[in-house]
Design a protein around this ligand. Structure first.
Ligand code: G6P
Length: 607
């Protein structure tokens, strides 16, 4: 949510910043800006809209070797030029970009105004620029330190001051900042995506750290001015992984990568001989696992839906009670934390503020949390201290796809591992291992049906409302299908357990409201067919997402999307893929901005 880029070196910083901001645009895309230290002093340019609007409004001769830039997802103040970052102090010599929220901004603003500062925007961020000015310190890092001491809230910031040409200050509390180490040049960003084309060597700031950076290097200290020892890490993914390649959208690219993502999630983790899974990062012994009496999964958005599906797998295969809850609700309801409950935090980015807060709430009360995370080294991954990396690779599209299915694969591995410590027999374990090994090929088969799904999507795009229904472990599949459709096509879509349809929503079924029914050949199949009949009796159009083989379906559904059959526990993974493509092609038909849907952002690092 919001993107930061900074540069200190000997090249012209402007094109580096613009390219870096374009890489981060998925984090926020309602306005953008840059501050460049030119020969004539600090110059700030901002524009509402996307990076290309900013780029086309920049003066041709804007050049400098030190600069910071920002792409915004508005929290305080509407997205316009004035509220875009960077923000400056009264004199216009200090410029600052910020991710996060300053919670005591109103109070600080009143104090600054009483002291004669004139603030020009509606943002919480601007107070920080003025606080740095008011600090009256000679050294920029000391001024930033003093300003931050007055601030409550979360931040990742980058600051430049024309009185200190060549110097860039960055600091972090709750919102990521990474330093990119180049050859006589240094980079700062909120996300490695902006850096990988320049360097693979990075240093992650931790909360409460501040970095003083120039072209030759950097020095990290704590907010109370003690030196912090930092080590350099090498970025796992190269530049290609962050490129769209030949695909029209990142979302399509990421959907099409799911077979490989699944392979990576499984690599080195299956044990065919003992019918189990090896998960090296759990940091839990078999004895620890035996003590678990319950599993509670926490996440937001698609990560939460993946958690519901994961809870079904775990409860089904381990016979431990398992459920999922939105992390955003859990963190505020003063939850009871039990020592024999295993808490699992799910997050693609590993930075979602609500999920992070839920993890801290569990840990503060003495509970044990594992992370199911995509981004290696992210905050939640580090704070959990154990878990499963899904290794889906960079996910850029706001609508999550490969992270969802890879998370389900990770839950299947966890359920298998936990199950085999408990009552799951070696034979059952081996069946699952076998089925998991087949998954990448089966996903590929579904991806090959994209053109058929596209034809169905063209019909869906004509409607303004849709229902998605499924039962038991396929209810979260329906939830995720509806979520995908609404977030990128803006068609109103609601998911229900198929069994609940008759208790209310059936009133809305008509020829104008299609229903997508998730219909695996499981023990509830015949019961789901009854729901299908109830819809048909009301002349509701039906799209069945199902396995091949039942000759009754072609006469009862208006369209059929088929996926190969797996073990029942794994069916939700395969059944999700056509729904992603259905949403994608519906949005494409409607001409939507698929990778950057309105009002949304990829990673929500504020409450
Ligand atoms: C945002 C995104 C969703 C995502 C959710 C959780 O709302 O738009 O697509 O599922 O955050 O993100 P996480 O990174 O924690 O999985």
């Amino acid at each position: 949510m919001c993107g930061i880029v900074g540069y200190a070196g000997n090249q012209d910083a402007v094109p580096i910043l613009i390219a870096g901001l374009a890489r981060l645009e998925y984090r926020g895309y309602d306005s953008a800006g840059v501050a460049v230290l030119t020969r004539g002093g600090l110059k700030v340019h901002k524009a509402a809209g996307k990076i290309r609007q900013l780029e086309s409004s920049l003066p041709k001769r804007l050049r400098g070797n030190l600069a910071i830039g920002h792409t915004r997802w508005a929290t305080h103040g509407e997205p316009n030029d004035r509220n875009a970052h960077p923000h400056t102090d009264c004199s216009g010599r200090i410029a600052l970009v910020h991710n996060g929220i300053i919670e005591n901004a109103a109070e600080l603003r009143a104090q600054l105004e009483a002291a004669g500062h004139v603030l020009r925007s509606d943002t919480d961020t601007e107070v920080l620029a003025h606080l740095i000015e008011a600090a009256g310190e000679e050294e920029l890092d000391q001024a930033v330190r003093r300003a931050l001491a007055a601030v409550q809230g979360t931040y990742g910031i980058a600051v430049v001051d024309e009185r200190h040409p060549g110097r860039l200050i960055a600091a972090r509390n709750g919102s990521p900042i990474v330093i990119g180490v180049g050859e006589r040049e240094m980079f700062v960003a909120s996300d490695v995506a902006a850096l990988v084309r320049h360097t693979q060597q990075v240093v992650y700031l931790d909360d409460g750290e501040i970095a003083s950076i120039d072209a030759g290097g950097f020095r990290v200290t704590t907010l109370d001015d003690r030196p912090a020892a930092k080590s350099t890490a090498t970025v796992t993914w190269g530049q290609d992984a962050y490129e769209r390649g030949t695909h029209a959208h990142f979302m399509l690219k990421e959907i099409m990568e799911q077979d490989e993502a699944c392979e990576r999630a499984l690599r080195g983790r299956l044990d065919a001989q003992f019918g189990t899974a090896h998960l090296g990062g759990l940091n839990l012994t078999a004895r620890d696992l035996l003590e678990i009496r319950r599993v509670k999964i926490l996440g937001c958005g698609s990560a939460y839906y993946a958690g519901i599906a994961g809870a079904h797998m775990i409860e089904g295969l381990t016979r431990l009670p398992a459920d999922a809850e939105p992390a955003s609700e859990f963190r505020y309801r003063n939850p009871v934390i039990e020592k024999d409950t295993l808490y699992v935090a799910v997050s693609q980015s590993g930075e979602t503020a609500d999920t992070l807060a839920a993890v801290r709430e569990v840990q503060r009360k003495g509970g044990r949390v594992l992370g199911v995370i995509n981004v290696v080294g992210s905050t939640i991954a580090r704070e959990c201290g154990g878990g499963i990396y899904i290794h889906a690779g960079p996910e850029v599209s706001v609508a999550s796809t490969k992270a969802f299915t890879s998370t389900l694969v990770a839950f299947a591995l966890l359920a298998l591992h936990l199950g085999r410590v408990r009552d799951l027999s070696p034979a059952q374990g081996k069946r699952l291992v076998d089925a998991l090994q087949k998954l990448p090929v089966q996903i590929r088969e579904v991806l090959h049906t994209a053109e058929q799904i596209r034809v169905v999507a063209k019909r869906i795009a004509r409607f303004t409302n849709a229902f998605f229904i499924g039962r038991a472990a396929c209810y979260p599949v329906a939830l995720e299908g509806a979520q995908k459709l609404k977030e990128i096509s803006y068609i109103h879509a609601e998911a229900y357990p198929a069994s609940e349809l008759k208790h209310g929503p059936l009133a809305l079924i008509s020829p104008e409201t299609p229903t997508v029914i998730v219909l695996p050949h499981d023990e509830l199949y015949e019961k789901s067919l009854s729901s299908l009949e109830e819809i048909r009796a009301r002349r509701g159009p039906i799209i069945a997402v199902t396995h091949p083989g039942d000759e009754r379906i072609p006469t009862r559904a208006d369209a059929i999307l088929q996926v190969p059959q797996s073990e029942p526990a794994l069916d939700p993974i395969l059944l999700t893929v056509p729904l992603q493509l259905l949403a994608y092609y519906s949005a494409l038909e409607l001409g939507r901005d698929i990778d950057q849907p309105r009002n949304l952002a990829k990673s929500v690092t504020v409450e």
